[in-house]
Design a protein around this ligand. Structure first.
Ligand code: DQA
Length: 144
């Protein structure tokens, strides 16, 4: 099983960026923890981070050639990007949306996600565990 892990804008700054909200782990720490869990499941993972909406769309469009599912933290594009939503809708791969922080207890503009209605589910508010729970959920969904 092959899973594409996508991190949206500003997540390259994790560890230094507002640690009281996003924690002190770096993106590399998160990817390593995912890699370890993925190995337990026998999943191979590819990690892609970009601050560029178009590059994220390009990556999603190509995903069906190589991957069975997507784990995505769309970051700020969650709340703004019809383009990301349309690309996920177009390819039709199962995906889980994750957020480190609980977007529903933050500013009003973070409460809405353009992607969530297409996702298998959304996991929000558990830091690293949001990603790990998301990977577990994707794995269990696909293997059935
Ligand atoms: C985030 C939440 C978003 O609202 C924010 O724009 C981010 C990170 C999270 O993981 O908590 O960049 O997706």
């Amino acid at each position: 099983m092959r899973i594409l892990v996508i991190h949206g804008p500003n997540l390259n700054l994790l560890g230094k960026r507002e640690p009281e909200i996003y924690g002190t782990l770096s993106l590399n720490d998160i990817n390593q923890a995912l890699e370890t869990l993925g190995a337990e499941f026998g999943c191979s993972l590819r990690f892609f981070q970009s601050n560029n909406e178009g590059l994220l769309v390009d990556e999603i469009q190509q995903a069906p050639e190589n991957y069975d599912a997507i784990l995505i933290n769309p970051a700020a594009y969650t709340h703004t990007s019809i383009a990301l939503r349309d690309s996920l809708s177009a390819i039709g791969l199962p995906f889980v949306e994750v957020h480190l922080s609980n977007i529903h207890r933050r500013e009003e503009f973070r409460h809405h996600s353009y992607l969530a209605p297409l996702a298998l589910g959304q996991i929000s508010g558990f830091g690293l565990d949001s990603y790990l729970l998301g990977l577990r959920a994707l794995f269990n969904y696909i293997k059935n």
